[in-house]
Structure formats: C-alpha cells, structure tokens
Ligand binder design. Structure first.
Ligand SMILES: Nc1ncnc2c1ncn2[C@@H]1O[C@H](COP(=O)(O)OP(=O)(O)OP(=O)(O)O)[C@@H](O)[C@H]1O
Length: 335
C-alpha cells in the first residue's frame, strides 16, 4: 500500500543543515496497523508528515498504491489528501464550532453537497460513538472525546489511509486503550491502513501488528510486533521492550550473587515447544533457577519473559547458545 524508498529529509536552518530522516525504506501493507516508534527527535513526525506531503522530502520516493505521490500535480495531491486522514496529539479542533460543526467542516472543504452533510456527520459521529455530543463545543469534552471528534473528521471523506501523529500521547492510559480499541475496530470495519507514530511501547503492544523502530532518522529495526518484542536486535529496541516490571526489579535485587549471571529470556509462544532450558542446563553443565516470569499479550501473539539466575562455568556459552535459538537474551546482572 505504502512504499517508502530511500527517503531523506534535510532541514536547512540558520545553524546549518539537519538530516532528520536518513535513507529510509519501509513497506506498509494494506491491512497493517503499523507502528513507528522512537525517542523524541528520532524523526517520526517528519516521517509521517511526509506520507501525506505536509512535509516535502528532500529526496526519495513515496509510492502509494503503485503511484509515486511526489510526482502528483496540485489537483491530484488534493484528491490524495482527501483519501488520507490524519489525527494529532492535540486534536486540532476548531474551538468556535460544535462537534458536528467540526466534522462538517471537513466535508464543506471537500465540496460536499450541503444537503448531504448532516446525514454524513451523524453517521460519522455514530461511528466514533459520540452521537450524543453533536451540539457540544470542544471545550466541553474530555480528551478522549475530542480525539473521537478528530477521528470522525479524519474519516469524513472515506480515506483508505489513516495517519496518527502521537494521537494518544496526551491521554491517560484508560482513554488511550479505548481510542486504540476504536481505531482497531474502525480499521476492520472500513478496511483502513493505519500508520501510527508513538514514543510509547504500550501503544504498539496493544494496537499494532507491525512495527519499525527509529533512531536518529534511521529505521534500526522492523518486523512483526511479536518478533520485535521477543527478539529485539538493537540496544534502542531492547531499551523499549525490556524494561523490567517493578516487582521483577525487586526480585533481581534480592538474588544478586557474584559469579552468577541473571538473564532475561524473551520468547514467542511457539519457541517454548522445544525443551530449550533443560537442554541448555545439560549441555553446558549449569544450574538455572527461576527468579521471575511474565507474559506480554500482543495483538497477534504472546511473548513470554523468564528471568533466570545462572551458575556454572559455561554461562557465557550457554547464553550464546540460547540466543541462537530465537530467544532474546538480556543480561541484567553480570555477576
Ligand atoms: N522545521 C524544522 N526545521 C529544522 N529542524 C527540524 C524541523 N522539524 C523538525 N526538525 C528537527 O528534526 C528532528 C526530528 O524531528 P521530529 O519532530 O520528526 O522527531 P520526532 O521523532 O517526531 O520527535 P518528537 O516526538 O519530539 O516530535 C529533530 O531534531 C527536530 O529538531
């Protein structure tokens, strides 16, 4: 659906040039709920804003449905933007218009027949479960309700693509969850391709099927969400996915003993079918005791985490061996 090819963005300012997106390649499929994650300044906003040309790339190609949108004329670009909805962190609603007025605005701008607008607005507000707030003003709504209005507005012209620029970052965890649930339902119902950027792993975990991790303008990791969770390959990805739960931290503090490493293994549901731990123990003549364990439920699969304390001379070899079996290994105490 969306192919980004050798995409670059260089900002030119008073202090010189800044390379915000570097030679970036991504393939986003039609039925993807695609998450792009990175720390502040990684280039996520720049990237997502290039997909609908709110930001012009310095070089590269953006191919959507087989067409390079960078070659579009003004008129074609306007049509394309109608088919590409976008939602933002701060909602960007018109404060002087009611909820229905905000949604109607998107239709007015797109040149809809005035008589057909009220019916379409009602349909859109029902879609985001906000029919009862049609006459309210944005200032009278909660953050979650404001984002629902913004979603209704973004969907007004039946887009095929929805871009979400940190749309849940200003919301509390419960509201975030309900907005992500709504987006997932809308994706299925309307056959949308959703591209979302976030700095919260939690968002990727509960909504996306695929993810890319950006670091300093580059994509450093990409894949199915469960793969990224179970086997993060770069330090930045490991940092994102493997922070310990508070109670795990306490357990680890209790068992630290010099000479014994504490490792966190992360594995996908199916890789535990093999008796890996018992093989590791026998093969390398080591002991392993369980310190803690947990399971992350993702959209498509579950990822398990097991914290083990190892003892024995061949701990390092054992760690390398288990890493070769599609199990992520993080050494959290190098005793
Ligand atoms: N218009 C601009 N002119 C110059 N530099 C810019 C401009 N917009 C962004 N940048 C720089 O490009 C880099 C990437 O910014 P971007 O907003 O894309 O990152 P981000 O990953 O979305 O981070 P955040 O979550 O903080 O917005 C930053 O260092 C930023 O300062």
């Amino acid at each position: 659906m969306i192919q980004l090819r050798n995409l670059n963005k260089v900002y030119k300012g008073a202090q010189g040039e800044f390379h915000a997106v570097k030679d970036l390649n991504l393939d986003i499929r039609e039925d993807d709920f695609y998450g792009i994650m990175g720390l502040s300044g990684a280039g996520k906003s720049t990237l997502i804003r290039m997909i609908n040309r709110l930001e012009e790339p310095t070089s590269g190609e953006i191919v959507v449905n087989g067409e390079n949108i960078l070659e579009y004329s003004e008129g074609k670009l306007r049509e394309f933007r109608k088919k590409t909805g976008m939602i933002f962190q701060h909602f960007n609603l018109l404060q002087s218009r009611t909820v229905e007025g905000n949604v109607a605005f998107a239709l007015e701008v797109a040149g809809w027949d005035k008589k057909k607008i009220p019916e379409r607005v009602e349909e859109l507000l029902n879609l985001v479960e906000l029919g009862d707030k049609a006459r309210s003003y944005p200032a009278q709504l909660s953050g979650g309700q404001k984002q629902r209005v913004a979603i209704a507005r973004a969907l007004a012209n039946n887009p095929k693509i929805l871009l979400s620029d940190e749309a849940t970052s200003a919301l509390d965890p419960k509201t975030t969850k309900s907005i992500l649930e709504l987006l997932k339902n809308l994706q299925e119902k309307l056959g949308l391709t959703i591209v979302l950027i976030t700095h919260q792993m939690e968002v990727i975990r509960s909504a996306c099927n695929r993810a890319a991790i950006m670091d300093r303008g580059e994509v450093v990791e990409v894949g199915k969400v469960e793969e990224v969770f179970a086997n993060p390959k770069t330090d930045i990805a490991r940092e994102f996915v493997s922070h310990l739960a508070p109670d795990e931290k306490d357990e680890v503090e209790l068992v630290k003993v010099p000479g014994r490493k504490i490792v966190k293994l992360s594995y996908m549901g199916r890789s535990v079918e093999k008796p890996l731990i018992s093989q590791m123990i026998r093969r390398f003549d080591i002991d392993a005791s369980i310190v803690a364990g947990s399971i992350d439920k993702l959209v498509t699969e579950s990822v398990g985490h097991l914290i083990l304390e190892l003892s024995g001379e061949k701990q390092d070899l054992a760690i390398e061996w288990i890493r070769d079996h599609e199990v992520g290994v993080e050494v959290i105490y190098n005793g």
